[in-house]
Ligand binder design. Structure first.
Ligand code: DUC
Ligand code: ZN
Ligand code: ZN
Length: 472
């Protein structure tokens, strides 16, 4: 009997804090040893010239999430986790959404039914709280947090999702008592309504006006309010999908005062601008997401924030609506006003290759920061570390082996999501995940799937209690 099930030899291994040439041995789905001259294993992988990283943790993606209307997400747990795995991600955390007037526990149960038997990789759930009644905050939420659902998103915009200011305070206070984490979609709903109506009155309803209806000020104000409320309650907060300079400056100011505010950004704020909403016909609708992409100066600020630790997490915010579909971007018709176009763009599979190529490949961030932003920090923040986000003895053997030299021109045909477009069509990247291993099982090899749907496990998350250990 060989002592190990699998060994990856001769690769450049990186964690969030160091890198070097080590071999990694796997036994029973866990990392069993790191070192050199390790004994033989049943499966030997030669990673000479390759980079060996902890599998990606995509802590913000939407899969098979009910929209509350006729639009439908194109990806379920099968296609979404397949696509994630092909992109080097081994854990996803999508959202179980509470419907207004309904319970939170039933949303979680429903979401388990949607996930059961379909996932290729492991998954946890955030919750979306839309109706923080006394019963939800007093009974359901504490029970759910105890059961491993320790993070939840709240919205400051969208009629069917948003909370008012008092509700935000109550949710933060419950999170404080229960050691949970509140993620905030920070955009001011009334400002958006006001601007949208003004644009509509002038007949300005094409996709490009989506950006005009949600300018940076709308996000900046909401970020300020959300973080001020977290200060008032005495509870950390995480601002999701930060889009540009103004929101970043708010967060930097609060952080400089020592407040525990965490921030996430996403590929669309590095690789798209508002000009991408201004395409012929209705094509700009492909890039309608919220907050909207900004300017190239904003992109530079987002890169700065990734480099200097302003951002703790880099997620896809994969929100999959097909373009040429009456359930997707065209749910309200071929040339519907921007107000009626579902918000969100796909990105699970391209998240890591884009950041690797443009970040690591162009020396904007180093490999350790890449690991930190895309794997280790999300695992820590959402209570999955060190099981996920690390290549340490005892961690799950979730490993992505990268070919740092492979050039790929992104085409939707190459991707494995169920969306009919990618915002990054035609963009060439250098570096691509070659082999993806989840709990010691080879899931992707030589660009082929080698595992079965349904092997992915649900992961209960620990409470949000170690945040003081998090470093930029
Ligand atoms: N917020 C998200 O987090 N995802 C998609 C759309 C949105 O508004
Ligand atoms: Zn959001
Ligand atoms: Zn989202």
């Amino acid at each position: 009997m060989k002592p190990y099930d699998l060994i990856i030899r001769n690769g450049l291994v990186a964690s969030a804090s160091e890198m070097g040439h080590w071999d990694i041995a796997v036994k029973d789905g866990k990392v069993a040893a790191l070192g050199t001259a390790l004994p033989d294993a049943a499966i030997e992988i030669d990673a000479t010239g390759k980079i060996v990283l902890p599998g990606g943790v995509d802590a913000h993606c939407h899969l098979d999430e009910p929209t509350g209307g006729p639009a439908r997400m194109a990806d379920d747990f099968r296609s979404g986790t397949l696509s994630a795995a092909f992109g080097g991600t081994t854990t996803v955390i999508p959202f179980a959404r509470q419907m207004k007037g309904a319970g939170l526990a039933e949303a979680v149960e429903d979401y388990h039914r949607r996930a059961d038997g379909k996932a290729y990789i492991d998954y946890a759930f955030h919750m979306i709280i839309t109706d923080p009644s006394k019963a939800v905050l007093g009974e359901e939420l504490p029970r759910l947090i105890d059961a491993g659902y320790s993070s939840f998103k709240i919205y400051m915009t969208y009629d069917d999702l948003k909370l008012n200011d008092r509700q935000i305070l109550e949710v933060l206070d419950t999170a404080r008592q229960e050691q949970a984490l509140v993620m905030v979609h920070a955009e001011n709903a009334d400002c958006i309504d006001f601007l949208t109506e003004r644009l509509e009155a002038r007949g300005l309803t094409g996709p490009k006006f989506h950006a005009a209806a949600r300018p940076p000020l709308v996000e900046r104000e909401a970020v300020h309010r959300a973080v001020a409320y977290s200060e008032l309650v005495g509870q950390p907060i995480l601002i999701v999908h930060v889009s540009g300079a103004e929101a970043s400056a708010q967060i930097a100011g609060f952080k400089a005062r020592g407040l525990p505010v965490f921030a996430e950004t996403c590929p669309q704020y590095l690789f798209l601008t508002k000009d991408d909403l201004d395409l012929r016909h209705f094509d700009g609708a492909k890039h309608i997401c919220s907050p909207p992409p900004r300017t190239s100066a904003d992109q530079q600020e987002i890169w700065n924030g990734l480099r200097n630790g302003l951002f703790s997490v880099f997620s896809s915010d994969h929100a999959p609506f097909s373009f040429d579909s009456a359930e997707g971007k065209k749910v309200a018709g071929e040339n519907a006003p921007f107000r009626k176009v579902p918000n969100g763009i796909p990105g699970l599979e391209t998240r890591l290759p884009l950041l690797f190529s443009e970040g690591v490949g162009k020396n904007r961030i180093d490999l350790c920061r890449f690991v930190k932003l895309t794997s280790t920090n999300p695992a820590k923040i959402y209570g999955l570390f060190p099981r996920k986000g690390a290549l340490a003895v005892g961690s799950d053997a979730d490993i992505t082996i990268w070919d740092p030299d492979r050039q790929v021109t992104i085409r939707n045909d190459l991707l494995h999501h169920n969306v009919d477009y990618t915002p990054y069509e035609g963009r060439t990247v250098t570096g691509w995940p070659e082999t993806v291993i989840s709990r010691g099982e080879i899931v992707i090899v030589k660009s082929q799937i080698a595992a079965e749907a349904g092997r992915g496990h649900f992961l209960p998350c620990a409470r949000f209690e170690h945040w003081k250990d998090l470093r930029a």
